[in-house]
Design a protein around this ligand. Structure first.
Ligand SMILES: Cc1cc2nc3c(=O)[nH]c(=O)nc-3n(C[C@H](O)[C@H](O)[C@H](O)COP(=O)(O)OP(=O)(O)OC[C@H]3O[C@@H](n4cnc5c(N)ncnc54)[C@H](O)[C@@H]3O)c2cc1C
Ligand code: FES
Length: 510
């Protein structure tokens, strides 16, 4: 999406560059014809890879090298330097690779490297695999199953009538009117057809019979599985107040929800957003971009304080106020009328559109009625398996043991869900991979993007390096002297470094 435009700059690698001009353990940006290319030196070896991330077009030269990969500064995708393969989401497609030659102390790029083919994975494999949920985790799982060589029958069942799409965009560029709808699908139907993935849309699974290893759909049909992945995500919560079921009161989870908001925003003049969550606030920003007056109502005194602390919360509030959003904090909505929202102190806010952004509930009903262990999420082990060895769970719906905190956690991030889908897929094929990825998410408000790595439910110290107001800061959340998480504004490389350091269990410095 988007992507870099214009002619690439820097040396022409076909004409050759001195080997010594490529910093050891570093990158040199240049070009091959019209392509922006990076030369990467690892000891004596030199790799030549595309310089543009295949997710949203992030500049890989501004990322970091980690092992045999280059990581993107924008949303932390990683690509294999030798093959260009997208080893970490949110990227789904490889970057190109070129063949290099060293002659007389110079490095020349001599042509595109062939795309490596992968041998089919060794068995034994489940006789068939069914994935329930066509979101981040479910789609990453089916892509991984095929990429890993699984050749058996594979079905993706999704209650959503739309083909799998880029959910994070629904509250950001798409809702703000900066992204056309053709940016939103993750893949075309042909992608699934080519890989023989039975993509069944608008199909809700209503029952799971674990004994018969079968799922039943709302239309009464059933499907047998050898292994099953539950990736049902989460459902938005509606605050149960009078008027909450009025037609102009909306939530935002699906593409249909976002389309409906776009349509409503075309005629609405004033919106009230209930809840100062990330989604609530991103929605507020996008509705402001469409020219609506926006009031945000939330019970807390500082938005996002529970997740990001007072300092970042106050900064986000200020950014929104600078763009004309009015906050009504420490307040709850009492009633929603046809043209206003009455707060618990009697204040009446005019509103012809109301959006509830008060959080989500994991969609556990299927697992629960099938007798799987559920406690604020489907309980899974380190391998994302449930108590039933044929059933795995991944994404927003799964609660897994976090190796860093020693606690069970349920994370609601796009990249975490994708990575869990990948891990669950490999484990369904017999791997013993433990899920221990450092969580990462981003959130965008106007021209401010916050990146967050790690996971901190509580902390005893917040340390700010730099200045949030100057939009150049790293905020560390620490407990007993250990950094649990780092939020950054305007420091993409710092976010990548923090991720690497938390991965390595090292103290984050600098
Ligand atoms: C508007 C919005 C913006 C967001 N922005 C960000 C962001 O910027 N950064 C970030 O990290 N995260 C963001 N998130 C969170 C992120 O999108 C989620 O964490 C992620 O989508 C979770 O993936 P999942 O696969 O677990 O669930 P989902 O992506 O929700 O997918 C669940 C799927 O299961 C289907 N389903 C549910 N029940 C059934 C059933 N019984 N039968 C069949 N199908 C079923 C649903 O229709 C859906 O297709 C955002 C979320 C929203 C809603
Ligand atoms: S642009 Fe590279 S990860 Fe998003």
């Amino acid at each position: 999406m988007g992507g870099e435009t214009g002619k690439p700059e820097g040396p022409d690698f076909q004409a050759g560059v001195p080997f010594e001009s490529i910093p050891e353990g570093g990158m040199l940006a240049g070009r091959v014809g019209e392509d922006a290319v990076l030369l990467v030196r690892r000891g004596d070896r030199v790799f030549a890879v595309g310089a543009t991330c295949t997710h949203y077009g992030g500049p890989l030269a501004e990322g970091i090298l980690a092992g045999e990969t280059v990581r993107c500064p924008w949303h932390h995708a990683a690509f294999d330097l030798a093959t260009g393969g997208p080893v970490r989401p949110p990227a789904r497609d490889p970057i190109p690779c070129w063949t290099v030659e060293r002659r007389s102390g110079r490095v020349f790029v001599i042509g595109r490297a062939p795309v490596p083919s992968r041998p089919p994975a060794a068995g034994p494999h489940p006789e068939s695999i069914v994935v329930v949920g066509g979101g981040a985790a479910g789609t990453a799982a089916v892509e991984t199953l095929r990429a890993e060589g699984y050749g058996g029958p594979l079905t993706l069942l999704s209650a959503d009538p739309d083909p799998p799409y880029d959910r994070p965009n629904l509250s950001k560029d798409y809702l703000a009117g900066n992204a056309p709808e053709d940016w939103i699908p993750l893949r075309g139907r042909d992608f699934y057809d080519e890989r023989k993935v039975g993509l069944r849309l608008g199909v809700r699974v209503t029952a799971l019979d674990r004994e018969a290893k079968r799922v039943r759909m709302a239309d009464g049909t059933a499907l047998a599985y050898g292994a099953l992945l539950l990736a049902t995500g989460a459902d938005p919560i509606r605050v149960p107040i009078p008027g909450a079921d009025r037609t102009h009161v909306r939530t935002l989870r699906s593409l249909a929800d976002s389309r409906a908001l776009v349509a409503a925003a075309a005629t609405a003049k004033r919106a009230v957003v209930i809840g100062a969550s990330f989604i609530g606030l991103e929605t507020a920003a996008s509705l402001r971009a469409r020219g609506l007056a926006v009031d945000v109502v939330a019970p807390e005194s500082t938005p996002l304080e529970r997740v990001m602390g007072r300092e970042v919360g106050a900064f986000v509030r200020k950014v929104h106020e600078e763009h004309g959003v009015s906050f009504h904090l420490g307040r709850k909505p009492g009633e929603i009328g046809t043209s206003d929202v009455t707060l618990d102190d009697g204040t009446s806010l005019p509103a012809d559109l109301v959006v509830m952004g008060v959080g989500v509930r994991p969609a556990t009903a299927l697992a629960e009625s099938a007798g799987l262990s559920v406690d604020r999420g489907i309980l899974v082990d380190e391998r994302l398996a449930t108590g039933d060895p044929a059933v795995f769970a991944a994404g927003d719906v799964a609660r897994y043991p976090d190796s860093r905190s020693g606690r069970r956690v349920r994370i609601e991030h796009w990249v975490v869900a994708q990575r869990q889908g990948q891990t669950a897929a490999r484990n369904m094929l017999g791997d013993r991979e433990e899920f221990d990825a450092v969580p990462f998410f981003w959130s965008a408000h106007y021209d401010v993007t916050i990146s967050y790595v790690g996971h901190a439910e509580e902390w005893d110290a917040v340390e700010i390096d730099g200045s949030l107001d100057a939009r150049d800061a790293a905020v560390r959340y620490r407990m007993n002297g250990r950094t649990l998480a780092v939020a950054t504004v305007g420091r993409d490389r710092g976010s990548l470094r923090a991720e690497l350091e938390i991965e390595g269990g090292r103290t984050v410095a600098g």
